[in-house]
Design a protein around this ligand. Sequence first.
Ligand code: APR
Ligand code: ZN
Ligand code: ZN
Length: 364
Amino acid sequence: MKAAVLYELNAPVQVEDVDLDSPKAGEVRVKIAANGVCHSDYSVIHGVLRSPLPVVLGHEGAGVVEEVGPEVSLVKTGDHVVLSFAPYCGRCYYCSIGSPVLCTNMRMTMGKGTLLDGTCRLKKNGKDIHHMAGLSSFAEHAVVDQTACIPIPDNVPLDKACLVGCGVMTGLGAATNTAKVQPGSSAVVIGCGGVGLNTIQGCVLAGASTVIAVDLMDNKLEFAKEFGATHTINPGREELVRTVRRLTEGRGADYAFEVIGLGKTIEQAYACTRQGGMTVVVGAPSREDTVTIPASSLLTEKSIKGSLYGSTRPRVDMPRLIELYMNKRIKLDELVTRTYALGEINEAMDALEKGEVARSVVVM
Ligand code: APR
Ligand code: ZN
Ligand code: ZN
């Protein structure tokens, strides 16, 4: 089958034939229909997020289950599924307390670029190729853990449903699950890409009155308005913190979301947060990056909270998001600025880098 393989950092992705082993116990093979292009794929290509190489990229997919391995009970052949990039063991401490995104076994194997049992299903000339986030869905097929498969109704377009697999769940869940945004509140969202636009629509869905979108690119601020931002700030032209204060009765925002993945913009988000308010870090920074805050500012009861994958419990949240989409309560169609074929993945990465798209989707 064809898959998008990264052999070395900062080099073009190779779309080529690779081998895919059959699913083992608890695993299924999914025929991929579509896969969104996320900044995290770009970050792996450029070494900002680390992965063992070679690796097949892709972690925002949807498709149809075409083969189930032994001991599979959560899905069956023919099921339409959104792929969750946080498969979980169901047995560890974090799974037991209802935080499957922190699953100890998932985190151990994800760093190694394998499936949950510590081995790879992807091969080329007999040598292992690693998995990204337990999925590797920039490919015609993927073998994944059954807990990575979230069944959805057959009438949902898979080229939109795939977005729920990362950007929508990560961005919107940060507002509704992690921050639990309150009706009538104020929020700032720094970074209005494919993930940040979903944080904006999550704040709107939760009933925030003031939603301030921040981005260096004016086209992103236009998208942000379409997704419900009440105000926009381009920090290249306007002083960020002062403008946020002006829009929030001099206090700063109740919530400030950082959706870029840089220490510097996390510090800006913290500075935009009111006393007692919450800064939520959604972006995925490099391991070397750091954040410095004035220690005494903690006396104002401000908090900084990390958000991984929108604090999701995927089997609860993802079907709900799909239903909200089908009932026209959240937007997915408007996220997709462009579609590409798998062979055009490098063009898709260029468009992401240049900020030309809200999201692009590779359709198989
Ligand atoms: N100030 C304001 N906006 C910025 C800045 C900055 N200093 N730097 C970048 N941006 C904006 C870009 O213009 C772009 O619109 O941040 C946005 C990032 O959007 P995308 O590249 O589409 O990234 P996205 O896929 O949304 O991911 C954002 O979430 O999941 C993580 O790894 C992902 O860390 C990344 C973050
Ligand atoms: Zn992603
Ligand atoms: Zn677990």
